[in-house]
Design a protein around this ligand. Structure first.
Ligand SMILES: O=C(O)CCC(=O)C(=O)O
Ligand SMILES: [Fe+2]
Length: 326
């Protein structure tokens, strides 16, 4: 649907090529709220390691996984959430005039924060449960943070802002990494449940890595309630999407998205024998979030109106958006 952009162009020594790439990136984020990126600087072997470790963890017996549980409240967003615990549809209707039905999420997930985050510590599996888990994701987190800063610089350049404008609003690392496993389910379940209900992401940008099962869909046109598949380019491709904070700062589109029955399978109803089971799916999402004290005042058009309004801080906004999901 939209072309894959090669992030290595951001490092081109040819200024026109570099700036042209940044403008193309911003244009995709303005039009769709999404971009597909190759070569964001995370080695494929690290991505393989993260997916393998995630699979191994989710394959453990439930009593082992529950040794590092997510707290019963929405914050801090850390640790393991079993199937059916989190319910994203509770926040699906944020910012829309078209109410969506509440659907149950069919997933289990694990949330990890930065080791540099001064406010919330991590909840790791205790020794003996999966000893490679903590080092694998501590290292993967740092790789994602480096990629995040480079992408924020590219977006700033593409918007015509000084290169460090966005990256310097992310120095505190209140970012989050989320591993998700969507178990195989009978396809009939999709009539009353979903994998993750329609939502927008709360932060600045999200870097998503997914396997090739499919089912990630975005709302197009925005606000229509119609969803189209974002086809999977495999686990080494990064799907980049705009979150609510970047939309408030810059007007780029924070597109509503969900994970549901892939359209190809939905069409089988008309075209041939239906498969009874929809394959399990794994994804890894890294949510870049602004420093908590950062103001969400628009960065591009500091209008007279904006000067009179008091804007929420990113921390207040995150808190408001996440409550209700647990
Ligand atoms: O699993 C996916 O592909 C998307 C997950 C997602 O949108 C989220 O966790 O915010
Ligand atoms: Fe999302």
């Amino acid at each position: 649907m939209f072309e894959r952009l090669d992030f290595s162009n951001f490092y081109s020594t040819n200024t026109a090529e570099r700036e042209g790439f940044c403008r193309q990136l911003v244009s995709s984020l303005k039009q769709f709220g999404f971009a597909r990126l190759a070569n964001i600087g995370i080695p494929p072997s690290d991505i393989d390691g993260a997916f393998e470790t995630s699979r191994e963890f989710f394959q453990l017996p439930l009593d082992q996984k529950l040794k590092s549980p997510h707290p019963p409240t929405a914050t801090p967003h850390r640790g393991y959430s079993a199937f059916g615990i989190e319910n994203v549809s509770a926040v699906s209707n944020h910012g829309t005039s078209v109410p969506r039905p509440l659907l149950k999420d069919m997933k289990e997930s694990y949330d990890i924060g930065s080791p540099q985050d001064a406010l919330y510590g991590n909840i790791w599996p205790p020794p003996g449960v999966h000893d490679a888990f903590q080092p694998t994701f501590t290292s993967f987190f740092s790789s994602c943070y480096r990629a995040e800063l480079a992408i924020l610089e590219a977006i700033s350049v593409g918007l015509g802002l000084p290169r460090q404008t966005l990256s310097q609003l992310h120095s505190e690392q209140s970012n989050e990494l989320r591993l998700t496993h969507y178990p195989a389910v009978p396809r009939g379940e999709f009539s009353h449940s979903t994998r993750i209900a329609a939502h927008t992401d709360f932060g600045t940008i999200t870097l998503l890595f997914q396997d090739d099962v499919g089912g990630l869909q975005m709302e197009l046109p925005s606000g229509s309630g119609e969803f189209v598949d974002i086809e999977s380019g495999g686990r080494y491709e990064c799907i980049l999407n705009v979150g609510d904070c970047l939309q408030m700062w810059t007007g780029l589109c924070s597109a509503r998205h969900r994970v549901h029955l892939p359209s190809l399978l939905a069409q089988e109803d008309q075209t041939g024998p239906m498969q009874d089971t929809v394959a399990e799916r794994f994804s890894i999402a890294y949510f870049a979030k602004p420093n908590r004290a950062a103001s969400l005042r628009p960065l591009l058009h500091d209008t007279a109106k904006a000067k009179d309004v008091s804007f929420m801080t990113a921390g207040e906004f995150q808190h408001m958006r996440i409550s209700g999901t647990y």
